[in-house]
Design a protein around this ligand. Structure first.
Ligand SMILES: Nc1nc2c(c(=O)[nH]1)N[C@H]1C(S)=C(S)[C@@H](COP(=O)(O)OP(=O)(O)OC[C@H]3O[C@@H](n4cnc5c(=O)[nH]c(N)nc54)[C@H](O)[C@@H]3O)O[C@H]1N2
Ligand SMILES: Nc1nc2c(c(=O)[nH]1)N[C@H]1C(S)=C(S)[C@@H](COP(=O)(O)OP(=O)(O)OC[C@H]3O[C@@H](n4cnc5c(=O)[nH]c(N)nc54)[C@H](O)[C@@H]3O)O[C@H]1N2
Ligand SMILES: [Mo]
Length: 742
C-alpha cells in the first residue's frame, strides 16, 4: 500500500464510528469534531486551520476512531465487574480490554478481593483522602497526568497536589516530547515549537524526522500537500518508507477521493535507528564547506551575529568531524547526504518537524539541538515560513504543561501560586515517570493517582513497573475506559469514571466547555455534546474539586466550591497565575481561540544570555554484539497509544496481528529466519533478562541492524534504566535485542 488516506480512510472512519457509537450518536459526534463550536479531537495535537475549516470534515480516519472509542454506546457497570474477576480480565490483551466499553460508576477493589465492586463517589473520595493524609510525607504520593486532560482540569489538579504538599506530578510528556522541551528550552529559551500552520504554506523546505504523520497526525498531510503545491521541498528522514509520507490522497478533496496519488516526499533518507545526529552533522559539514567557499551565501551571517552564541566554536567542532564516518553512522550514502545539502544550500525558509523517532533516544536532547544548529545556521527561526515544529502527541499535552503539570516547576510558577492562593507550594522537585516507578518499587511511594492514561502499559519495563505498582497501598485511576492499569494494582484500588471530550458536561443547568492548547500554541474551547453513557460520571474538574475538599478540608486556602459552579472561575484563576492568558474567558470564546505568546516567533530568545545557543555534541553509536539488533517500538495505524482500535496496520501492509517484528532480509538470512517464523525477543541489560514471547517475523524495508515492533506489546523489553540524557525519557526507540527462534 503506497497511498495513504483517500477513500479507504473515509470508509474506515465511518465503519469504526458507527459500529461503536451507532449511526445517530456517531453522526452527531463527527459533525462537531474540530468545529469552532464543537469539541477538540481527542486524538493528536495537530492544529486546526485558523480560517478555512472544511464544512464537511475537519477530521481524519484516526480522529474518527478516537471519537468512536470514546463515544461508544457500550458500557460496563456493576454486573460486568461482578461477573469478571480481575485476574481473568488481566489475561485479555489490550485490544480485548479496550473493547469492553465505558465505565459507568466508581469501582473499588478492597485488599485481597478478587472483584471490583461499586462504591459511592463520596466513599471513594473519603478513602483516597484517608490514604493520602495517613502518609508520613506528601512526597509518598504520586499524581500522574495523561495528555487528554483539559487546561481547566490540569490547573486544578496541580493546585490540589501542590497544596497537598508535593511536586510529584509526572506526566506522559516525560515519555513523549520531554527531550524536545529540554533541548529547545536550553537552545532557544522556550520549550515549544515556533511555527504556525501558515508557515507551512510559505516554507521552501520541510524536513520531517522520526515522525509518521500519515498515521499519527493525518491532518498534517493536508498541510504538507498545500505546502508542496506552494513549492516546498519535503525531505523525510526515517528508517521506514512510511506510506503517508511517500504518497497521500487528501480525503477532503474530490481529487483525493478519486484516488490520484501525490507523493509528498522529494528526498527520502532511510537512516539507521538513531542515525539522525550524525546525518545532520554531515549535512552541516557540507554546508560549512560551501559557506567557506562563498561567505554569506549559505549561512545567514547577520542572523548568526545578532542572535546566536557559540558559532565559531561550533564551526571548529564541525571541522574536526569526519564526514565519511558520520555518513556510515547515519546509514545514508554520501551522494544522498550531498543531495540534502544541495537542497538546503540556497534556501532560507526551512521548517523541521519531528516526533518520537527523535525524542526517545539516549542522545535525544543533543539530536534535537543539532536540528536547532542547522536552523540557526540558516537563520530559519523567527521568520515566516521557517522554524521548529515538534509535533505533539496527546491533544492537550502541551496545555497541561503550560498550566503547571510539571515535576520540576519554575520558581516563577511557584511564586505565582503563592501570591494568588496564599499557600507556599513545595519547592523540592518531584518525581518524573521513571523516577516514580523506581520510587514505588523502593516503597518510597505508597499512593499512586492517575488523571487519565494507562500508566502500566505506557511505561517501560512492564514486569518491573507492574511489581512497582503492586507495592503501592492504593492505586487510583480517573478513567473513561477499562485498561490494564486497573488490573495490575496496589493493595487497594479505585476506578473513578469521568466524562470524555465528546460528552456533554452540565453544571448548574449550564453546559460547560473546557479548553486545550494544540501543538502550535493555540488555546481554544472544546464543548462536548453527547449524552453521557451513565448519569453517574463526573467531569475531571469536578472529581478534582471533590478530592481536594475531602483531602484538604478546612486547611485549604482555595475555594473549591466556586469551581464547581462554573468553569469560568477556573479560567479566571489560570489567567491570574499563568502568563499569556489575559482575558482568557473572553478570548477563548472567540471562534478559533487565541495564540499564547512565543518569544521565538517574535524573533527573540529567552535564554539567560538572550541569545540562541549553538550546541556541540559528539555522537556515540550504541555498540552491538554480532547477534544483537536495535529495536524501535512504534505505533500501528490502528491504535491510539495503549488503546488498540484494531489489529491491522494498513499502511504498512500488516493485517490481523500486532505481535510482529519487522526485520531486514539480510538480518533474517544471518539468523536463518523465514517470513512468519515465530521468535522470542530478548533484552539483557542490567543483568536482567526481559523476554517478549512469540513474535512473527516480517521481512520489511528497514535498514540492516534495525528492527521494529509495536508499542505497548514490546514495552516489556525497554529497560527501566535506559533513559535519555537530561530528559530522562525512556529509550523506547533503541532497545538492544537478540532474537531467539522458537
Ligand atoms: N492515530 C494515532 N495518533 C496518534 C497517536 C497514536 O497512537 N495513534 N499517538 C499520539 C502521541 S501521544 C504521539 S507522541 C504521537 C506519536 O507520533 P509518532 O512519533 O509519529 O509515532 P511513532 O509510531 O512512535 O513513530 C515514530 C516514527 O519515527 C520513526 N523512527 C523511529 N526511530 C527513529 C530514528 O531513530 N530516527 C528517525 N529519523 N526516525 C525514527 C518510525 O519509523 C516512525 O515512523 O502521535 C499522536 N497521535
Ligand atoms: N515503547 C513505547 N512506549 C511508549 C511510547 C512509545 O513510542 N514506545 N510512547 C509514549 C508516549 S509518546 C506517550 S504520550 C505515552 C502515553 O501514555 P498514556 O497517556 O498514559 O496512555 P494512553 O494510552 O494515551 O491512555 C489511554 C487511557 O486513557 C484513558 N482516557 C482516555 N480519555 C480520557 C479522558 O478524557 N479522561 C480520562 N481521565 N481518561 C481518559 C482511558 O482509560 C484509556 O485507557 O506512552 C509512551 N510509551
Ligand atoms: Mo506522546
Amino acid at each position: 500500500m503506497k497511498v495513504a488516506a483517500g477513500i479507504p480512510a473515509v470508509l474506515q472512519s465511518f465503519k469504526h464510528v458507527f459500529s461503536e457509537a451507532g449511526i445517530l450518536r456517531g453522526l452527531k459526534a463527527l459533525n462537531k469534531l474540530n468545529k469552532k463550536d464543537g469539541f477538540d479531537c481527542p486524538s493528536c495535537a495537530w492544529p486546526d486551520p485558523d480560517d478555512e475549516r472544511s464544512p464537511i470534515a475537519e477530521y481524519c480516519e484516526n480522529g474518527a476512531k478516537a471519537v468512536a472509542d470514546e463515544a461508544t454506546a457500550k458500557a460496563i457497570g456493576a454486573s460486568f465487574f461482578a461477573a469478571n474477576p480481575v485476574k481473568e480480565l488481566a489475561l485479555l490483551n489490550d485490544y480485548e480490554i479496550g473493547k469492553k466499553g465505558r465505565i459507568t460508576l466508581p469501582m473499588y477493589l478492597p485488599q485481597g478481593a478478587t472483584h471490583y465492586q461499586p462504591i459511592s463517589w463520596m466513599a471513594a473520595f473519603t478513602k483516597i483522602a484517608k490514604a493520602l493524609n495517613s502518609l508520613s510525607s506528601p512526597d509518598e504520593a504520586v499524581f500522574y497526568t495523561s495528555g487528554r486532560t483539559s487546561n481547566e482540569a490540569a490547573f486544578l489538579y496541580q493546585l490540589f497536589v501542590r497544596e497537598f504538599g508535593t511536586n510529584n506530578l509526572p506526566d506522559c510528556s516525560n515519555m513523549c516530547h520531554e527531550s524536545s522541551g529540554v533541548a529547545l528550552g536550553e537552545s532557544l529559551g522556550i520549550g515549544k515549537g515556533s511555527v504556525k500552520l501558515e508557515d507551512f504554506y510559505e516554507a521552501e523546505v520541510i524536513i520531517i524526522l522520526g515522525q509518521n504523520p500519515g498515521t499519527n497526525h493525518p491532518r498534517m498531510l493536508t498541510a504538507l500537500q498545500k505546502a508542496k503545491a506552494n513549492g516546498a521541498i519535503i525531505i523525510s528522514i526515517n528508517p521506514l518508507p512510511e506510506t503517508g509520507l511517500m504518497g497521500f490522497n487528501n480525503p477532503q478533496k474530490l481529487k483525493g477521493i478519486l484516488g490520484i496519488n501525490s507523493a509528498l516526499t522529494d528526498l527520502f533518507l532511510p537512516v539507521k535507528i538513531n542515525g539522525d545526529m550524525p546525518l545532520l552533522q554531515a549535512i552541516e559539514i557540507l554546508l560549512l564547506q560551501e559557506e567557506e567557499k562563498s561567505a554569506g551565501k549559505v549561512f545567514d551571517q547577520s542572523f548568526i551575529k545578532n542572535n546566536t552564541e557559540g558559532y565559531k566554536e561550533f564551526c571548529n567542532h564541525l571541522r574536526q568531524l569526519d564526514v565519511q564516518q558520520l555518513a556510515i553512522a547515519s546509514g545514508i550514502d554520501m551522494a544522498d547526504i550531498r543531495q540534502a545539502a544541495d537542497i538546503l544550500k540556497s534556501k532560507t525558509k526551512i521548517i523541521a518537524c519531528w516526533a518520537m523517532g527523535l525524542t526517545q533516544h539516549k542522545n535525544a536532547v543533543d539530536t534535537i539541538k543539532e536540528i536547532v544548529n542547522l536552523l540557526l545556521l540558516k537563520g530559519s527561526i523567527g521568520k515566516p515560513g521557517a522554524g521548529t515544529c515538534p509535533v505533539r502527541g496527546h491533544s492537550n499535552v502541551q496545555g497541561d504543561r503550560t498550566v503547571g503539570i510539571f515535576e520540576k516547576p519554575s520558581q516563577k510558577l511557584l511564586q505565582s501560586i503563592q501570591q494568588n492562593f496564599g499557600f507556599k507550594p513545595p519547592q523540592k522537585h518531584g518525581y518524573d515517570v521513571v523516577e516514580s516507578i523506581k520510587a514505588m518499587y523502593e516503597e518510597k511511594v505508597k499512593v499512586f493517582v492517575a488523571m487519565g492514561g494507562n500508566f502500566l502499559s505506557a511505561t517501560p519495563d512492564t514486569e518491573f513497573t507492574a511489581n512497582a505498582l503492586r507495592k503501592c497501598k492504593l492505586t487510583v485511576h480517573v478513567s473513561t475506559k477499562l485498561n490494564r492499569s486497573h488490573l495490575v494494582h496496589g493493595n487497594e484500588a479505585l476506578i473513578l469514571p469521568c466524562l470524555g471530550r465528546s460528552d456533554k458536561d452540565i453544571l448548574n443547568g449550564e453546559v460547560q466547555f473546557v479548553s486545550c492548547e494544540n501543538s502550535m500554541g493555540v488555546v481554544q474551547q472544546s464543548k462536548g455534546l453527547l449524552k453521557p453513557v451513565s448519569g453517574n460520571l463526573l467531569s475531571e474538574p469536578s472529581i478534582i474539586c471533590h478530592l481536594a475538599k475531602a483531602t484538604l478540608g478546612d486547611k485549604s486556602k482555595i475555594d473549591w466550591d466556586k469551581y464547581l459552579l462554573h468553569y469560568d472561575h477556573i479560567r479566571d484563576d489560570i489567567e491570574k497565575t499563568i502568563p499569556g492568558f489575559e482575558k482568557y474567558n473572553e478570548r477563548v470564546r472567540i471562534p478559533g481561540g487565541f495564540y499564547l505568546p512565543n518569544c521565538n516567533r517574535d524573533g527573540s530568545f529567552d535564554t539567560v544570555t538572550k541569545k540562541a545557543h549553538f550546541n556541540i555534541a559528539n555522537f556515540a553509536a550504541t555498540e552491538l554484539a554480532a547477534d544483537e539488533l536495535l529495536m524501535m517500538t512504534i505505533r500501528s495505524h490502528d491504535q491510539f497509544n495503549t488503546t488498540i482500535y484494531g489489529l491491522d496496520d494498513r499502511y504498512r501492509g500488516i493485517y490481523n496481528e500486532r505481535r510482529v517484528v519487522l526485520m531486514n532480509q539480510s538480518d533474517m538470512n544471518k539468523r536463518q529466519l523465514k517470513q512468519n517464523d515465530i521468535v522470542d525477543l530478548v533484552n539483557e541489560e542490567d543483568g536482567r533478562q526481559r523476554i517478549a514471547h512469540k513474535f512473527i517475523v516480517v521481512p520489511y524495508a528497514i535498514p540492516a541492524g534495525c528492527t521494529a515492533t509495536y508499542f505497548p506489546e514490546a514495552n516489556v523489553l525497554v529497560p527501566i534504566n535506559s533513559v535519555a540524557e537530561k530528559s530522562n525519557t525512556p529509550v523506547s526507540k533503541a532497545v538492544v535485542i537478540k532474537i531467539r527462534k522458537q
